[in-house]
Design a protein around this ligand. Structure first.
Ligand SMILES: NC(=O)c1ccc[n+]([C@@H]2O[C@H](COP(=O)([O-])OP(=O)(O)OC[C@H]3O[C@@H](n4cnc5c(N)ncnc54)[C@H](OP(=O)(O)O)[C@@H]3O)[C@@H](O)[C@H]2O)c1
Length: 326
């Protein structure tokens, strides 16, 4: 019997990769982790060195930590994800102790495709992260963590104002034309919103299936999923693809909702909660849990449908050229 999972898991420091760590939620989480005394090395990973370098400088200036590196990663390109994993392996950084799958996009105006021809919401929010984590798992230390940023918008009972997700076979979700046909009765904006909430449901299928497979493989890795709540305001650029009127409301009107609704938060508040989830080094028995800010809660009933999680895992493995087994 493999006893790795029974070892207490509370390593200090090591490297944490934060996708999308140069802006929004990821940046605020990076700030709190950099200020922690645990000695973390932070790799922020997103598309543009031009946007990441000033973010790294700000983090160094504001936290006093010098252990912050930027590495380019475009989750809309499977080749870019593979190159990132190779570069990371040879970068000579401290041992990999955590991956925070935070980057995300919401294409509200039109259907877009990744470099690999995959519908872009599904491609960036799910498939790119799937490949990234799979490629890095071999380097992730025992006692390490994978944190997956999902959203309460995956759950219609949370009444977030976003449409319910519509999970289809991954072959349909990933094919821009097939997905358009499936959602033909909706306006382009509604289609974008359904794809977004569906991708956040896929984040949960991925997190829970990853947890089950790591358990079966005897690995002591803690997988958690996180809901930051709605974070309107200029702190989050998630509205960058919204029509101008909605972008205005997001930046200047909706932040006032924080006064009345605890599900509406700032990137600073939720970035702090996300960092805390990493820094509290949950025991491995708590792997596979979903966190609403600082509290563990159940996610939607639909998110626990194991056959779907398995289907998505197997399809994603085949699409990225990996074996399904860990
Ligand atoms: N904002 C909300 O109200 C809200 C609510 C619930 C959940 N969430 C989730 O929270 C996470 C962070 O959202 P946020 O509000 O902080 O968004 P944001 O301000 O738009 O930041 C997104 C980050 O992801 C990066 N990114 C986007 N596309 C990428 C790609 N193809 N490859 C690599 N990096 C990419 C961006 O970097 P560059 O553009 O510089 O490359 C940026 O650093 C997302 O997963 C989102 O779904 C947000």
């Amino acid at each position: 019997m493999n006893t790795n999972r029974e070892k207490p898991a509370a390593p200090q420091g090591g490297t944490v990769i934060i996708t999308g760590g140069n802006a929004g939620l990821g940046f605020e989480a990076a700030k709190k982790i950099a200020a922690d005394s645990g000695g973390w090395h932070i790799v922020i990973a997103s598309r543009s060195m031009q946007r990441m370098e000033p973010a790294v400088q700000t983090l160094i200036r504001e936290t006093g930590s010098r252990h912050i590196t930027a590495m380019t990663l475009d989750l809309a390109s499977l080749d870019s994800v593979r190159r990132f994993a190779d570069r990371f392996a040879s970068a000579g950084l401290p041992p990999l102790r955590a991956i925070i799958c935070n980057a995300g996009s919401n294409f509200a105006q039109e259907t877009r495709a990744t470099d690999d021809g995959v519908e872009a919401t599904f491609g960036v929010n799910h498939l790119g992260h799937f490949l990234l984590v799979r490629l890095l798992l071999g380097q992730l230390e025992e006692g390490g963590q994978v944190l997956v940023v999902s959203s309460d918008t995956h759950d219609p009972s949370a009444k977030t104002g976003m449409p319910a997700p519509r999970y289809e076979h991954p072959e349909i979700m990933a094919d821009p034309a097939a997905s358009d046909r499936q959602l033909a009765q909706l306006s382009p904006a509604q289609r974008g919103s359904v794809r977004y909430t569906t991708s956040k449901l896929c984040n949960l299928y991925f997190a829970y299936e990853l947890d089950r497979r790591l358990r079966r493989a005897g690995r002591a890795v803690i997988v958690t999923a996180f809901n930051p709540g709605m974070m309107p305001g200029k702190g989050s650029a998630l509205s960058r693809n919204f029509p101008p009127i909605l972008r205005f409301a997001w930046n200047y009107v909706m932040p006032a909702l924080r006064l009345f609704n605890s599900a509406v938060r700032s990137t600073k508040q939720s970035g702090g909660d996300l960092a805390e989830l990493l820094l509290k080094h949950l025991p491995v028995e708590h792997s596979g849990t979903y966190w609403d800010g600082p509290r563990a809660i159940p996610s939607s009933d639909e998110s626990y449908e194991e056959p779907r999680a398995k289907e998505l895992w197997n399809w994603s493995s085949a699409r990225t050229g990996l074996p399904a087994e860990l």
